[in-house]
Design a protein around this ligand. Structure first.
Ligand SMILES: [Zn+2]
Length: 283
């Protein structure tokens, strides 16, 4: 498949955006402005003085974010490898993707107690690599993806049921047994809204699995503004296990497991990211 070409590249480095592309935001939990941690013009890394949640403010406005995710280059060269092109079986990034996918499906089996089948929703489905594997493993799958390029590939090339847009706008029937969000929640406009919407979609006895970078990781603490995952244009919320548990709890979930080891297949090679498991809190 030949990937569509955008006429002008979307800026990737912080300095390529201007102040007009940005807006100030407040903590999604406390509604207050953060205090400066790092200055990365036109962006700022701030920490909530009340709950310690770290976030980006100023950050890209929604329309600038959509331009970023529509850029065909967004997934290329990163963890998704060259997924828009013909998959290269032995591409290192693709091999890592497959390791994560297999590890995460195995983790799902363990937390679900090997109950066969069920309905699985992936939010932030990218090009559909995980969803394709989950379907092969017997799940009845659905996905949501903000990037039009990614969603188009998932639908047209892989034949997956993926809708393009924000989770809250997706035409989904509630009652999912599993909701997955791999490297997604750090990108969303409001993580509390995001997890509340996920709570409305997952069954009471369902489970949520996610991955995300964490700001209390050794690389984040040691490297400061040189932390490779800081990326202030796209990673706009930075959780620790503690602050993430607080957001999840407010949305009606209990964070029940955190996998931080870079040796765990679902988190292979990742020194600054974790895989989390959360379950709905009974009402
Ligand atoms: Zn706060």
């Amino acid at each position: 498949m030949t990937a569509p070409v955008t006429p002008s590249p979307v800026p990737r480095s912080p300095g390529a955006w201007t102040a007009e592309d940005t807006e100030e935001v407040v903590c999604c939990l406390c509604g207050v402005r953060g205090r400066p941690v790092h200055d990365l013009p036109p962006f700022g890394v701030v920490r909530c003085p009340s709950c310690s949640l770290v976030f980006i403010s100023p950050r890209l406005r929604p329309e600038a974010l959509q331009r970023l995710y529509d850029d065909v280059g967004y997934f290329e060269g990163g963890v998704y490898g060259d997924a828009a092109q013909e998959p290269r079986r032995f591409d290192p990034a693709m091999l890592l993707q497959r390791t994560w996918t297999a590890g995460r499906l195995a983790l799902l089996d363990r937390v679900r107690g090997r109950v066969p089948g069920g309905r699985l929703l992936e939010v932030g489905a990218g090009y559909g690599l995980f969803l394709d594997a989950a379907r092969t493993a017997g799940w009845d799958t659905a996905g949501v993806e903000l990037s039009r390029t990614g969603a188009r590939h998932a639908v047209e090339t892989l034949g997956l049921d993926v809708s393009c847009g924000q989770l809250a706008d997706a035409p989904l029937t509630p009652g999912f047994d599993v909701v997955c969000a791999w490297d997604t929640v750090e990108h969303v406009p409001d993580p509390l809204d995001f997890w509340r919407t996920a709570r409305s979609l997952v069954a009471d006895d369902g489970v949520v699995l996610f991955s995300t970078p964490y700001v209390s990781s050794l690389p984040a603490r040691l490297l400061g503004t040189r932390w490779w995952t800081l990326k202030p244009a796209e990673h706009i919320w930075h959780f620790s296990p503690r602050t993430h548990a607080m957001v999840l709890a407010r949305a009606g979930f209990a964070l029940t497991r955190v996998v931080r080891s870079p040796l765990a297949p679902g988190n292979a090679g990742r020194l600054d990211s974790l895989v989390g498991v959360a379950r709905p809190i009974p009402l």
